[in-house]
Design a binder for this molecule. Structure first.
Ligand code: HEM
Length: 214
């Protein structure tokens, strides 16, 4: 069997905090690794506030992100009341209500090791996009992300549950909203930046600039 994974699950590149393999969310893994939120019990308000800042939204837009994030984080461990009192448990998300059990990208395996061939597969759904700061790079627009998510569901076959498409709307499309480059239909998610997020657990500088000092 060939090992096409990259890095060990908790391995922390220079100065980073190790992240539990039971945290399967690439965005939260980045926030934990860089010290923006803790890796275990995190108050829902802290998660909502941090993601709100990362989104760069203001006014009503920011309020919407805050409330949606709070809602998602409250159900993530299957006990909303407990999560509202003691926070979401970010190192116990694997196997929880939001875990699609392999019906997603499969870029992270169950041990949170990055599967390079799955990043290549992601890229195959995209095209060369015009980078607003010059040049072109491989990326996925909203439409291509929809096609990608549909393919992921299809690949999962009978294992896909009816509500997975609802969960998925809060993952790749939201990542596009936060980290995308360009505007309107041309807005795209850079494959290189997705790779950096999954493999190195690092955000692009323009996102780091929106976040408070860890
Ligand atoms: C801006 C906020 C967020 C973004 C952009 C985001 C993005 C993503 C993405 C792109 C995936 C990967 C899906 C795949 O591999 O196909 C994912 C998975 C996941 N996220 Fe997040 N996420 C966010 C917030 C959250 C929050 C607040 C929680 C819970 C506290 C959460 C829990 C999860 C879980 C459990 C998975 C694994 C789903 C699976 O593998 O089936 N995420 N997220």
């Amino acid at each position: 069997m060939t090992d096409n994974s990259t890095g060990s699950p908790g391995a922390a590149p220079g100065g980073q905090i190790p992240v539990s393999p039971d945290n399967p969310c690439p965005f939260l893994r980045g926030l934990v690794a860089n010290g923006y939120v803790g890796g275990h019990d995190v108050p829902l308000t802290k998660i909502a506030e941090t993601i709100d800042r990362a989104s760069g939204e203001h006014g009503a837009g920011a309020m919407k992100v805050w409330m949606e994030t709070y809602g998602v984080a409250s159900i993530a461990n299957g006990n909303p009341l407990k999560s509202m009192i003691s926070g979401a448990v970010l190192d116990q998300l694997r196997g929880g209500p939001l875990d699609k059990l392999g019906a997603g990208s499969r870029i992270l395996n169950v041990d949170a090791q990055v599967q390079e061939d799955e990043i290549t597969r992601l890229a195959s759904f995209g095209q060369d996009c015009k980078d607003p700061s010059g040049g072109t790079e491989r990326g996925l627009t909203a439409k291509e992300i929809d096609t990608y998510m549909a393919a992921n569901l299809k690949r999962a076959g009978d294992a896909a549950r009816w509500y997975y498409p609802i969960l998925m709307k809060g993952e790749w499309p939201v990542l596009l909203k936060i980290m995308g480059k360009g505007e309107g239909d041309a807005r795209y998610l850079s494959v290189a930046e997705v790779k950096t997020l999954f493999v190195e657990r690092r955000f692009p500088d323009r996102i780091v600039a929106r976040l408070p000092k860890p």
